[in-house]
Design a protein around this ligand. Structure first.
Ligand SMILES: Cc1ncc(C[n+]2csc(CCOP(=O)(O)OP(=O)(O)O)c2C)c(N)n1
Ligand SMILES: [Mg+2]
Length: 658
């Protein structure tokens, strides 16, 4: 064994020791993956990865994504050993305990060195695709002096088995993302046992078929790992490196078996592993010489960082680049002007069309915006003139044809937003938000600005029928913490909600938009949507009713109000484009909008579940609690009782029963 090999072996064993000890102390966690991939990770960090622990957010660093997030002790060990300020050894001692930065799975909001939150298998790698896309875009836009880095992923069998993996690699292969390198922990073990209990797939063949370069290595042979990594880096295609490993490598009696995947080794096996590895240090202690080796390679990146910083200073576009990376927004000059003009008019358009009108100017105001759709561009109306296609031939383009890959799109959007320098938005039908729901949830958990343009937002989409008609979707997305769901009523609210979504620097947003035309409801007021809900029309006759509605149902509420007023029944109409924003207003404001002592009526073409929170137990909730049906939109609105003619009698009855 050469000196170098011996040294790398000791360095890898430091990862193994920290991982097994932390899991043992927590009596919870996954030692198998970090122990199995310790050798591969050691080569990656010591010989390939461009990083500077002193500047975790340096924009031109390589991105490292631990897609197999259950192996969190691998990244915690690497960050600590290479000299990041966090996690500290105390954080590692407190692995998986309340408020420890070393949470069960790696969280981007806990540790600067963690690029994205992983744990939901498959999504880390799909986010890495988005990171690689953002990098290529910035490279094409600002030049290689400012942006030229790679994205490395460690993924397990689970990440490759998930359906989203196919979406992600299809997109990456098509876009020829050669800066993306995936190191597959090919240990042939998942929780249930050998992978052969559930799969017979020829994974390399699938990757090759989607335009990837594939190579393999012995994941415990440093020279072979280095050879495979060099090959992957040199190849112009995205690369998969199948690293043949033994799960739990170093635990002499348990390695290679599925029991080491997600359970502490136990005191006896930890002791046996120490003997087997020749590791004599106490738990949470790393011998000084081994730590010094790790720290030395941690300082290697400082030179590359400094050279980049010099290029940034010399660049005429340095300030612009910095502002982009900081996520700063330019003023919405063209959009504000357009909104001012629309306010004077009477634009009867679908809110999806209004969104397209907004995008024509907003994408000019904000060059960081990168749009796209999951093969519904002509329906979502997500493409603007300024957003030319983002292709393998032109990474400077700003419009992604994601293909029919909703989940892959949403995860890629997360990756782009996490990378920084770009602001992603992407569209599909609202009903298919379920396909990407966990990625939307991950947008919120990771606190990223990703904007989902979800059109055909009710039975109003019409003839496609119940498979395509959202019922529970708007309300169920309101339940995701941190996600702002906008359902604008007309062109004015659509413009306001787009701007508010853009200003949500640390929250994702959904814009739920209609297929069908809606009248323009406002010719006055500035950014009234900013309170989430506001009084669009006040009662003329003595107030007996408050109608609260969203989106396309606001116009219906106004018509209901007209009929009631004609009968001397005073009614307010409150438009509620954002539930969460309204709930964040102070109590006095909310009580002013939804006062006690009057009948409150909600009107939304979706589930009535939840509306009792705003209209009270005695309120009237008008909506749809069954699946929709296939027919023209007007027929359906009548059939499901969402017309003024059907609503007014229900309001009258409710008033009588008060
Ligand atoms: C979407 C999703 N489904 C299920 C799980 C639960 N889970 C965590 S790890 C794992 C098995 C993963 O196998 P592999 O990637 O081969 O990891 P290894 O056992 O080799 O460490 C499963 C099913 C999860 N985290 N995410
Ligand atoms: Mg495995």
């Amino acid at each position: 064994m050469s000196l170098e090999t011996a040294k790398l072996g000791q360095m890898a064993n430091a990862i193994r020791a920290l991982s097994m000890d932390a899991v043992q102390a927590a009596n919870s966690g996954h030692p198998g993956m970090p122990m199995g991939m310790a050798d591969v990770a050691t080569v990656l960090f010591s010989q390939v990865l461009k990083f500077d622990p002193a500047a975790p957010k340096w924009p031109d660093r390589d991105r490292f994504v631990l897609s197999a997030g259950h192996g969190s002790m691998l990244i915690y060990s690497l960050l600590h050993l290479t000299g990041y300020a966090e996690p500290t050894m105390d954080d590692i001692r407190n692995f998986r305990q309340l408020h420890s930065k070393c949470a069960g799975h790696p969280e981007n909001f806990e540790l600067e060195g963690v690029e994205c939150t992983t744990g939901p298998l498959g999504q880390g790698m799909a986010m890495a695709v988005g990171m690689a896309m953002a990098e290529r875009h910035l490279n094409a836009t600002f030049g290689p002096d400012l942006a030229d880095h790679r994205t490395f992923v460690i993924a397990g069998d689970g990440c490759l088995m998930e359906g989203i993996n196919h979406e992600a690699i299809g997109l990456a292969g098509h876009l020829k993302l050669g800066q993306l390198n995936v190191l597959w922990d090919d240990n042939r073990i998942t929780i249930d046992g050998d992978t052969n209990v559930s799969t017979s797939e020829d994974i390399p063949a699938r990757y090759r078929a989607t335009g990837w370069h594939v190579t393999e290595c012995d994941g415990h042979d440093f020279a072979d790992i280095a050879r495979a990594l060099a090959e992957a880096v040199a190849d112009p295609r995205p690369s998969l490196v199948a690293c043949r490993t033994v799960i739990g490598k170093g635990a002499p009696n348990k390695q290679g078996g599925h029991n080491v995947h997600g359970s502490p080794l136990g005191a006896d096996e930890v002791a046996a592993a120490r003997a087997y590895l020749g590791w004599t240090a106490a738990p949470f202690e790393v011998p000084a010489d081994i730590l010094a080796d790790w720290r030395a390679l941690g300082t290697k990146g400082a030179a590359a960082h400094a050279a980049w910083a010099q290029r940034l200073t010399a660049s005429p576009r340095g300030a612009e680049f910095n502002a982009r990376m900081a996520g700063e927004l330019p003023p919405f000059t063209a959009t504000e002007k357009a909104l001012g003009e629309w306010t004077q008019g009477s634009n009867k358009v679908a809110t999806r069309k209004a969104s397209e009108m907004v995008l024509q100017t907003l994408t000019v105001d904000v060059p960081a915006m990168i749009g796209g759709s999951a093969d519904l561009t002509g329906s979502n109306l997500t493409k603007a003139k300024a957003t030319t296609p983002f292709t393998a031939e032109d990474y400077a383009g700003r419009y992604v044809y994601y293909g029919i890959r909703e989940f892959g799109m949403a995860a890629a959007m997360n990756g782009m937003a996490l990378h920084g320098g770009v602001i992603p938005y992407g569209g599909t039908f609202l009903v298919f938000s379920d396909y990407m729901r966990n990625a939307i949830r991950m947008s919120a958990l990771q606190q990223v600005r990703a904007i989902y343009v979800l059109t055909h937002d009710s039975i109003g989409q019409g003839e496609d029928g119940p498979t395509h008609q959202p019922i529970e979707h708007v309300m169920s997305m309101r339940m995701i913490p941190g996600l702002e769901v906008f359902r604008p009523a007309d062109i004015i609210e659509t413009a306001e909600c787009w701007m508010l979504a853009m200003q949500n620097a640390h929250n994702p947003s959904v814009l739920a938009l209609t297929r069908q035309n809606v009248p323009q409801l406002r010719n006055a007021g500035r950014m009234l949507s900013a309170k989430g809900g506001y009084r669009l029309a006040a009662a003329a006759a003595p107030r007996k009713v408050v109608l609260v509605a969203t989106g396309s149902e606001v116009a219906i509420a106004l018509a209901v109000r007209d009929t009631l007023e004609a009968q001397g029944i005073g009614a307010d109409v409150v438009s509620l484009p954002s539930w969460s924003r309204f709930m964040a207003q102070d109590g006095a404001y909310r009580k002013d909008m939804l006062p006690a002592g009057v009948l409150k009526v909600s009107i939304e073409a979706g589930t009535t579940f939840g509306w009792e929170a705003l209209v009270g137990q005695d309120g009237l909730r008008i909506g749809i609690d069954t699946f929709g049906a296939s027919a023209p939109a007007e027929v359906l609105y009548d059939y499901f009782g969402l017309t003024p003619a059907k609503i007014v009698p229900r309001v009258m009855t409710a008033l009588q029963n008060q």
